[in-house]
Design a protein around this ligand. Structure first.
Ligand code: GLN
Length: 455
């Protein structure tokens, strides 16, 4: 893996060339869908000429292919947007470029970010960085693997229900899902607007902190953004850590539980108090998530109608144009979610499903708030198992959804949560531990992770 500091001060053109060679040498992992060589080298020349300066001057990175960027297509790993060239750039990309960082490529994902393995990509799965027979995790699998393989020192991803934390855990890198509203989502393909967040992958917490500091903050182009709360400089180190009881049951892989306990022991040795906390509402979070998120997906994906973007079926009949374009452009998982979402929002079922799920979500938020009266940080595993085998869950959506049980809670409550490497399983697969904080405690979570690195 590579650190940001290794790239600072050198030649930006050399950095970009090196990253592109590295990307090509690991192409069998399918972590990147496209390289933006020409634009990256242009920007690098500007950095070397002193025209662009900043905290990430000449540092290469990759962005998940649901970020709108210049210099490449933006496909969301779907056939629908296979040839889509963005007319604008995402705010997060603009902010990074303003600090001299250079996007060298676009990374693979589950199409429209629907999934947890990157197997739903229209362009083939990404392979796990530690074991090529296993999934990369997802949906931001390509970004996690490119970081883990050292192609780039950091990568951007999106996390709606675990899509940064879970692949970070599966590939042994740090993954940050910020507080809802912390980072502008302008110019990022929408999935579920009430839980979509933007964050990053890096080899260490310090690098992740720098990237988050740059991309966080209010944006007039995203009305859900908060004022600038990300401030790593004024922190009171928290002391009280709660291990989430519901995430440590016998159903969870033993190596995963042991890695969590070992991390807790390290925290105790550093002066934290660790005790068990129960949040009974967590067992309903998958049910809530897989009602609320498809509902929002069915609404957000209505814009892909064959008229405005991407695939356009050949027909003169408008209804047929909508139907055929959507049939040709969307992957099976996209269609499944659109159908579930339309169903739970339909007039006969709205109260029974969508409304009830939203009420349960409020109870979950209340329960988290209550837990944070006694604890500064909650912790647990990221995923019930290390990376599973390619194909193991892909024909069974329920099995795939169940793997999200530990990440969707923080998403529904809008809380910041990070995944930090916490050792490996008996068969050498990376395992991550999850730290969840109160809203706007993003910088604090990273400070805790930093304090434990190398211990
Ligand atoms: N695996 C989850 C899902 O399929 C999370 C996806 C995401 O965060 N984009 O919905």
């Amino acid at each position: 893996m590579a650190k940001i500091s290794e790239y600072l001060g050198g030649s930006a053109v050399d950095n970009v060339k090196k990253a592109i060679v590295a990307a090509k040498s690991v192409s069998k992992y399918n972590s990147l869908l496209e390289l933006c060589e020409e634009r990256a080298l242009d920007l690098a020349a500007k950095v070397d000429a002193g025209e662009i300066k900043g905290r990430l001057a000449g540092v290469p990175f990759v962005a998940k292919d649901n970020f709108l960027t210049f210099g490449s297509k933006t496909t969301a790993a779907s056939h629908f947007l296979e040839n889509f060239e963005a007319p604008l750039q995402a705010t997060a990309i603009e902010k990074l470029e303003a600090e001299g960082a250079i996007c060298i490529g676009k990374s693979n994902l589950d199409a429209f970010a629907h999934g947890g393995s990157t197997e739903n990509s229209a362009f083939g799965p990404t392979l796990n960085a530690a074991d090529e027979t296993r999934v990369a995790g997802g949906s931001s699998g390509g970004s996690a693997v490119a970081t883990a393989l050292g192609v780039v020192p950091f990568a951007l991803g999106t996390d709606t229900g675990g899509s940064i934390r879970q692949p970070a855990s599966f590939n042994g890198v740090v993954g940050v899902k910020p507080t809802y509203g912390m980072v502008s989502r302008y110019g990022v393909v929408a999935m579920a607007s009430s839980t979509d967040t933007i964050g990053c992958f890096a080899s260490c917490a310090e690098d992740a902190e720098l990237v988050m500091d740059i991309i966080a903050g209010h944006d007039d182009l995203d009305m859900t953004t908060l004022p600038d709360y990300f401030d790593p400089t004024t922190l009171d180190m928290p002391k009280r850590v709660g291990i989430i009881k519901e995430f440590m049951s016998d159903d969870v892989d033993e190596d995963v539980r042991n890695a969590t306990r070992t991390y807790a022991t390290k925290l105790e040795a550093s002066g934290f108090t660790v005790s068990e906390v129960s949040l009974p509402m967590l067992k309903y979070t998958l049910a809530m998530y897989y009602i609320i998120v498809p509902a929002e997906i069915s609404s957000n994906l209505a814009r892909y109608d064959g008229v405005r973007y991407g695939v356009r079926a050949e027909t003169n009949d408008l209804n047929e144009l909508y139907g055929k374009s959507r049939d040709q452009g969307f992957e099976a998982e996209n269609k499944r979610r659109i159908m579930i979402g339309s169903y739970v929002l339909s007039s006969g079922f709205f109260d029974a499903y969508y409304l009830k799920a939203q009420k349960a979500r409020t109870l979950l938020i209340n329960e988290f708030n209550k837990a944070f009266e006694d604890y500064d940080i909650l912790m647990g595993p990221v995923s019930p198992t290390p990376a599973f085998k390619l194909g193991a869950n892909s024909s069974d959506p329920m099995k795939m959804y169940l793997a999200d049980i530990m990440t969707v809670g923080a998403s529904l409550a809008g809380l910041p949560a990070i995944s930090v490497p916490a050792g490996v399983s008996a068969d050498s697969l990376p395992i991550g531990v999850q730290l969840i904080g109160q809203r706007r405690s993003d910088a604090l979570l990273l400070a805790v992770a930093k304090s434990q690195e190398g211990k």
